[in-house]
Structures are given as structure tokens and as C-alpha cells.
Write a protein that binds this ligand. Structure first.
Ligand code: ZN
Length: 194
């Protein structure tokens, strides 16, 4: 029996898990959560099976708006740095509460930590970790405007579940503790009576 053409069959799943180079050219797989597609032999972390889409040519994957993986170069061409970093920053912006260490990011976005760090700094002028912290603080400032959220809850929502650590980082970046920032912000808005 022929397998369903676009289905993640057990054979294909096995090929992805074992980075089976013999399957390269037979199919390509895209990961819906990252928007990236790969050759079966790609050494990146195996995705969740439910998030995979199978393609028979790299062109089909491109036509479906997936971007080629930086690591296994499924189209045989290099993905421009800017496009790759767009994938990385989109992922960061959507997952601020998740693990966003350099190695986690590199793994999700299919590149080595070293290469990600270097490319990011070259193109964006900041390191990935600095970028992540900046985005986290930006979101924290927005969330602190909501008086129903505790400081600890705000920290958790931006991936910093350890309150002392969150407070220290916040103060480093803004010069104020989250509580003080909230007070100041509330006074400026004038919406709350003293
Ligand atoms: Zn890949």
C-alpha cells in the first residue's frame, strides 16, 4: 500500500528522527510552529510530530510560505541572514514566557548558538540575549500598567519566574523597581486618585 502522500508516515518520522540522509530528496518537512522547512537529514532538534507538514519538493514548501532552514539549506541556497533573523525574532516575540536562552533559540531556529550569536549581533547590533531581555522588559512595562497583576505574575508572563531576578533585571534596565515603576506610571496617568 502506498502511504498517503502528505502524511507523516512512520517511515518518514523515523527518517526525521534519525537524520536519515538517504531520504534527502525524497521529501522535505516543514514545522508549522517555526515556519521553517528542512531536509530529513537535518541535525536540528526533532519537532513535535503533530506540527510537521510533508512536501515533495522544496519549491512546494516555499510556495506554502515556509522558509528554508539555515542549517541544512534544503533549497541548496543560503537563507539570507535578515530572513533567518526575522524567523528568530518572530519566535522570540511570540514566546517571551518560554525558555529563550541562546542554546534554546538556536535549537528552535536551526542554527548553532555560536552562529546565531554572531549573526544576530552583526545584523541587529545586539546579542540575542540582550534582545530577549529588551523585549521582556518592554512587555513587563506594559503588564505593570494592569494593577490586577502582581509583580511576580508579570515576571512569570515574561519568562522571569524568579521575582528577585526579575526585579533586579527590571531595575537595571529602567532604573526603577517594578513596584516603583508602577507607582510612577500610575501617577503620570493621573487616572487613579492618590
Ligand atoms: Zn534543517
Amino acid at each position: 500500500m502506498l502511504p498517503d502522500e502528505d502524511h507523516v508516515t512512520d517511515d518518514r518520522w523515523q527518517a526525521i528522527l534519525t537524520n536519515d540522509a538517504a531520504q534527502d530528496g525524497q521529501f522535505w518537512y516543514a514545522v508549522k510552529t517555526t515556519g521553517i522547512f528542512c531536509r530529513p537529514s537535518c541535525k536540528s532538534r526533532p519537532p513535535n510530530r503533530d506540527n510537521i507538514r510533508i512536501f515533495h519538493t522544496a519549491e512546494q514548501a516555499l510556495a506554502a510560505r515556509f522558509r528554508p532552514c539555515k542549517r541544512c539549506k534544503p533549497t541548496g541556497e543560503r537563507l539570507p541572514d535578515e530572513e533567518w533573523l526575522a524567523v528568530v525574532t518572530e519566535y522570540i516575540d511570540r514566546n517571551l514566557d518560554k525558555d529563550l536562552t541562546l542554546s534554546a533559540l538556536a535549537s528552535v531556529c536551526h542554527g548553532s548558538p555560536y552562529h546565531l550569536h554572531r549573526t544576530f549581533r552583526k545584523v541587529k547590533g545586539v546579542t540575542p540575549v540582550e534582545y530577549v531581555q529588551g523585549k521582556r522588559m518592554e512587555k513587563a512595562r506594559k503588564l505593570l500598567a494592569d494593577p490586577k497583576l502582581t509583580v511576580a505574575e508579570v515576571g512569570r508572563s515574561v519568562g522571569l519566574p524568579n521575582p528577585p531576578y526579575f526585579i533586579t533585571l527590571f531595575k537595571q534596565r529602567t532604573g526603577l523597581t517594578p513596584a516603583r515603576y508602577r507607582e510612577t506610571n500610575t501617577n503620570v496617568q493621573g487616572g487613579v486618585s492618590p
